[in-house]
Design a protein around this ligand. Structure first.
Ligand SMILES: Cc1cc2nc3c(=O)[nH]c(=O)nc-3n(C[C@H](O)[C@H](O)[C@H](O)COP(=O)(O)O)c2cc1C
Length: 348
């Protein structure tokens, strides 16, 4: 992997765009764990320095930056000729390749790969490490009976299927300082049975096929808390083409339920400042993230801020043009409402 101009410009633009916190995309802990061949990676030391460039830029603007450590599992799209690995030799869809079933030794090596990747992320200077356990990628595959058909102690029961996730959380938690947060991007929502009816003629999957449920997520949360998780970023499922979000705002509802147990973030379909604010005010989530709209609309933080009447952080080099110089900054802090989301931080 090399840090391509796209990554620098994209992350740089987001950092400069006023966001309080920037998440660097899924960064693979092994070469075959890339989602696409262009995916970022952190499986060897030579990858530290390029990633550090992103971190240094964020820090130079007084911004915090997170790295997401990931393995694509059976949804890896052939990063070169490397084998695609998963809990079971079951493909994602009829057109997807059949993955290699990971051996127990390979699973142990992957736990170590996550720990090593976390060590490298620390050396690059990231503020937060996030583990990717959503969207039908490797860790999400292990917990789901759709993708995990194993008959050993890593498959079958809820307890067996969830075992890999706390192991990875432990491995990462074990190398990061106590003062630093470990985040997990996790899944919520299941409308498998309902969506099945719609897709019945397209896919030959049984409506009774067991799948990960929101009840499972809520059952897992206390276990993850015991393993030192600080924050759960509630996102969507992705282990079958037959799974779907179902309706706009569904992810927010599930984030709210899980929030009773720990700090959570929510994401999905957020396009308006009032919408983001509502989720915070109603206690749906502690943090609101915006994905696709940031790509479509680079000035989104400005627009949200104008809708809500709050100030945002402006890149150091141009802040004077918007907020004036010197003591004017103090007024900004006073004018910014308390307890805003991370996307609407006060200027430094
Ligand atoms: C092109 C693209 C790349 C994405 N990459 C990642 C990723 O690397 N890690 C991740 O957790 N989510 C990723 N997502 C999902 C987004 O973070 C987000 O959860 C999703 O798009 C829903 O939020 P939105 O409606 O604000 O876009 C990606 C989404 C898109 C469209």
């Amino acid at each position: 992997m090399i840090l391509i101009d796209h990554n620098k410009l994209s992350v740089g633009g987001i950092v400069s765009g006023g966001f309080g916190f920037t998440f660097v995309e899924a960064t693979a802990v092994t070469p075959e764990g890339r989602i696409t061949p262009e995916n970022l990676g952190i499986w060897q030391d030579s990858q530290i320095e390029p990633l550090k460039q992103l971190v240094d830029f964020a820090h130079s603007q007084g911004r915090k930056i997170d790295i997401q450590l990931a393995h694509s599992g059976r949804k890896g799209s052939a990063a070169g000729d490397l084998p695609i690995a998963a809990p079971s030799a079951v493909s994602f869809s009829e057109t997807s390749p059949v993955p290699h079933e990971l051996t127990k030794a390979e699973i142990s090596n992957l736990v170590k790969a996550w720990a090593d990747a976390a060590r490298r992320a620390l050396r690059a200077g990231f503020d937060v490490i996030q583990i990717h356990n959503a969207h039908g990628y490797l860790l999400d595959e292990f917990i789901s009976p759709i993708a995990n058909k194993r008959t050993d102690e890593c498959g079958g029961s809820f307890e067996n299927r969830i075992g890999f996730t706390p192991e990875v959380v432990d491995a990462v938690r074990g190398v990061v300082p106590e003062s630093m947060s470990v985040f997990l991007r996790f899944v919520a929502l299941l409308v498998f049975v309902f969506v099945f009816l719609f897709f019945f003629f397209l896919f030959s999957v049984s409506a009774d096929e067991p799948s990960w449920t929101n009840a499972d997520t809520i059952r897992l949360v206390p276990i993850l808390l015991e393993h030192g998780l600080d924050f759960l970023d509630v996102s969507s499922v992705g282990n079958s083409p037959n799974q779907s979000l179902g309706f706009l705002g569904a992810q927010q509802e599930h984030a709210k339920e899980i929030k009773q147990k720990l700090l959570v973030g929510t994401v999905g379909g957020i396009k308006e400042g009032f919408q983001a604010e509502k989720y915070l005010q109603e206690g749906v989530a502690d943090v609101v993230s915006v994905g696709r709209q940031t790509q479509k609309e680079p000035g989104i933080v400005w627009r949200f801020a104008e809708e809500l009447g709050v100030m945002i952080h402006v890149a150091n080099q141009i802040a004077w043009g918007f907020y004036g110089r010197g003591v004017a900054k103090l007024d900004l802090k006073a004018r910014t409402l308390p307890n805003r989301s991370i996307i609407l931080n006060t200027p430094n």
